[in-house]
Design a protein around this ligand. Structure first.
Ligand code: 2P0
Length: 391
């Protein structure tokens, strides 16, 4: 299959194109939102336009947790992430000239769309071979409405998505899903977006998706409105980074990150202190990146994540994603670090632990984790590429 990175596709991505040239790998975020991944398949119905794109998941080192604007998904603070060669979502979008499933009698999918309070248009969504209904489809349709409004194409779409790991096993990501959907949908309607604008569009589907448009290390500038809230690549050439994922549970999270963010903002007495710390944490992280100082980056990464979880746990009622094995994994990371290896923990909206590792130590860190945490899945992920289109 022929692929182009988003940089190649638009011809104006500078460093991102370079980062985008990295190859995909396989696998994993863990903090997955099952309402998010996407898809599409060809049909006999004539297509107005179609496109296919892939995107990788990302793990935040300086976290995004809380919105200043719920509708536009403007975050309260800027964040920094690493796009992994991990979990990849590949999505095809096809806008249909002769009406969608609602018009063609595809009862499975049209019935599911009736169950939503969203778009009047009958889109269809298949994820890893399964037709989707309800909230997942509604969320995708609402996102497609933005693309329809911008392009003036008022037609239903078939969306077919596939993920590199079984969806629903906790190894999926709304970031890769909405980055791939934004890319495929905008290309299908003929909007040839610059990378920054593609990241702004992906942000409307899921905040963290704006970062997955780019490969490697990526900063999401919080901004204050739709135009100023976008992601951009960060020069990470002085660092060799990896993320070691410790899979503790793949079960669906007890509370969605979207809802948990709201509760944290509304009820946690620690939230304001944590969000205030994010600006200085980000500056510290960027200094560490510029200086090629992995230890400094690791320390601020770990501190920022623990601060976020402290704020979550202080919510009323508590937002508590941790399991007993989470604590075991965190202690194992500390002990491995004490033995002289570069390894620092970070966690998202789930019980799984991700370990930022010096790339040179990553395999050894993974071996140590496997021996100390029998029963947990452990995988190494290197930096991955940004969005890619199939020609
Ligand atoms: C992050 N997370 O920076 C943080 C850290 C989880 C913990 O971005 O509501 O799925 O769709 O914008 O992007 C998860 O939040 O939330 C997330 P929405 P999203 O990676």
């Amino acid at each position: 299959m022929n692929v182009t990175s988003v940089g190649e596709a638009t011809g104006d991505l500078g460093q991102a194109a370079q980062l985008g040239a990295r190859s995909y790998g396989t696998d994993a975020d863990i903090d997955i939102d099952t309402d998010s991944a996407v898809v599409s398949r060809t049909s006999a119905t004539s297509a107005l336009g179609s496109a296919t794109a892939s995107a990788n998941a990302n793990i935040a080192l300086i976290k995004y947790w809380g919105k200043a604007d719920e509708r536009l998904i403007i975050p309260r603070a800027s964040s920094l992430s690493l796009t992994l060669d991990g979990l990849t979502t590949r999505t095809s979008v096809e806008f249909l000239a002769d009406g969608g499933p609602g018009d063609t009698g595809d009862s499975d999918v049209s019935a599911s769309n009736n169950a939503t309070d969203t778009s009047a248009i009958a889109d269809s969504l298949t994820i890893d071979g399964k037709p989707q209904a309800g909230k997942s489809l509604a969320r995708v349709s609402r996102f497609l409405d933005i693309v329809r409004e911008r392009s003036g194409i008022d037609a239903p779409a078939r969306v077919v998505s596939s993920n590199t790991v079984p969806f629903g096993a906790g190894l999926a990501s709304s970031a890769s899903a909405f980055a791939a959907l934004a890319a495929a949908a905008s290309r299908a309607v003929g909007l040839d977006l610059q990378p920054r604008d593609l990241s702004r569009l992906a942000r409307r589907g899921s905040g963290s998706a704006c970062r997955s448009v780019f490969g490697g290390l990526v900063k999401w500038n919080a901004g204050h409105d739709d135009a100023t809230s976008y992601a951009e690549p960060v020069d990470d050439s002085k660092l060799d980074l990896a993320i070691v994922v410790v899979l503790i549970s793949g079960e669906k999270k007890p509370i969605s990150s979207r809802e948990a963010m709201r509760r944290t903002i509304a009820t946690s007495p620690l939230y304001d202190a944590w969000i205030d710390s994010c600006a200085s944490d980000l500056s510290e992280a960027l200094r560490a990146v510029a200086g090629g100082d992995v230890r400094r980056l690791g320390e601020v990464t770990e501190a920022n994540s623990f601060g976020m979880h402290a704020a979550m746990m202080a919510s009323r009622p508590a937002v508590m994603y941790w399991l007993p094995e989470t604590v075991e994994a965190l202690r194992a990371v500390a002990s491995i670090r004490e033995s002289g290896l570069g390894a620092w923990a970070t966690m998202d909206a789930g019980p799984n632990v991700k370990v930022l590792a010096d790339g040179r130590d990553a395999t050894k860190v993974a071996d140590e984790l496997r021996s100390r945490l029998p029963g947990c899945g452990v995988e190494v992920h290197r930096p991955g590429s940004g969005v890619r289109f199939e020609r």
